[in-house]
Design a protein around this ligand. Sequence first.
Ligand code: SGN
Ligand code: CA
Length: 511
Amino acid sequence: MKAQTTILWPLLSLAACVGCKDSQPEKKMNILYIMTDDHSFQTISAYDQRYIRTPHIDRIGQEGVVFRNSFVANSISGPSRACMLTGKHSHKNGFIDNMHEFDGSQQTYPKLLQQAGYQTAVVGKWHLTSEPTGFDYWNILIGQGDYYNPTFIDNGQRRQIEGYATNVTTDLALDWLENKRDAEKPFCLLLHHKAPHRTWMPDTCDLGVFDDMVFPLPANFYDAYENRQAAAAQEMSIIHDMDLVYDLKMADKADEIHTASEGLERAGRNLYNRMNAEQKARWDAYYDPIIRDFKTQGLSGNALAEWKFQRYMRDYLSVIRSVDRNIGRVLHYLEANGLLENTLIVYTSDQGFYMGEHGWFDKRFMYEESFRTPLVARLPGGRKGDVDQLVQNIDYAPTFLELAGVAIPEDIQGESLLPLLQGKNPADWRQSLYYHYYEYPSEHAVKRHYGVRTDRYKLIHFYHDIDCWELYDLEKDPTEMNNLYADPAYTSVQQELHRELDRLRTYYAVE
Ligand code: SGN
Ligand code: CA
């Protein structure tokens, strides 16, 4: 199914022309697209209540929709962003892994919106290597960016800004909304946070807020990866690959804690050294006693693994607390300035993340925690409640174009989510998703793979220096521990999934 028609704004919702007279041109809906980096759906209370309350993200979903089955096309930052901007799978937009450079001369939805009279802006993490194109204003972090006192590239000019990245990025977005845009035109603002990307450095005001909580270990924390060769080969385990100094901030002043990687240790100390004296003083007041305590405990084996897990959860959740608070600031601004009822607000992440499931942090795999990504959206006058259809990040571009009344180009591969946001349930909505991850050999050693997911089953092919198939029955095995490939009881399911995968590869013109 492909949306072919251009729906003009007056047909969409009365909410759009609040205050406009019959003779005046209709005002188009603004778009505020908020995206974080590596935010797991497990740590948003609209999805999962075990770990944290996120009232502001939840509010977007409560006043709009929570997509219950939202996925990415390639679970890694740059490629995921390229899928979103172009509405195309990685093999079509060319940005298949983080080592590539995005070809900014190609068609993107910000360019098409700009041509249609929108003011376009992007602030925060960009990570597409080439300079942004199609934006009236851009102020982006360099590469991954830094949590403390980050340097931005402000429309070509480098500038370091004192403060914590999530606060600073929000400040830039609010400044653009308040002072820099042309208020006569509709806007499309992309607010991209670095948080909660590794190394999960909290704002000083959030240090320690989760210390009273003890987080239950995921049931498969000690996964032995039986019958799953690619999972066994990864290097993203909390036990083996999470660095005490770099990831867990154990950069002791006495220089007594050393880890397997000199490079990561040094990088960890460099991150600390970016802070100013006041930031360091607050940081030390929190971490120094933890470091002292860690040294006296002399942990090893499972005790060390579980200590690392608890520290990881506390840091990560503290970073999310700042994200949610800053989203609250933005919602408050929109409300106070009469923008809430003519702005589509979207919150998502560039992919999901592991909170210790399978023993992991990071993403990349087509397994649920990283294939899924959170997606909540508030369309004035639109649907309220859950959306269960299978949606993917290639769908965002056509959604925004249709909302703006711009014809969706034929070569866009995603489907517009606008009908779903408006409360419709198209009978011919997609029944399966295609996925392809390419970044191997690389950090975390996740093998190249592609696959198909239906509402119940998943078929994955790991390839390159390996040739392994995996099949999961998500209804019986939601945590994907039991690879059923070649199980005689699933012969017909397996055949059907192979056919569906072939169909998708033809449909999306995979060569
Ligand atoms: C960095 C991180 C990795 C992470 C990649 C990709 N290492 O390289 O842990 O998987 O980014 O993340 S770090 O030492 O630099 O922290 S992505 O979301 O940007 O694609
Ligand atoms: Ca990411």
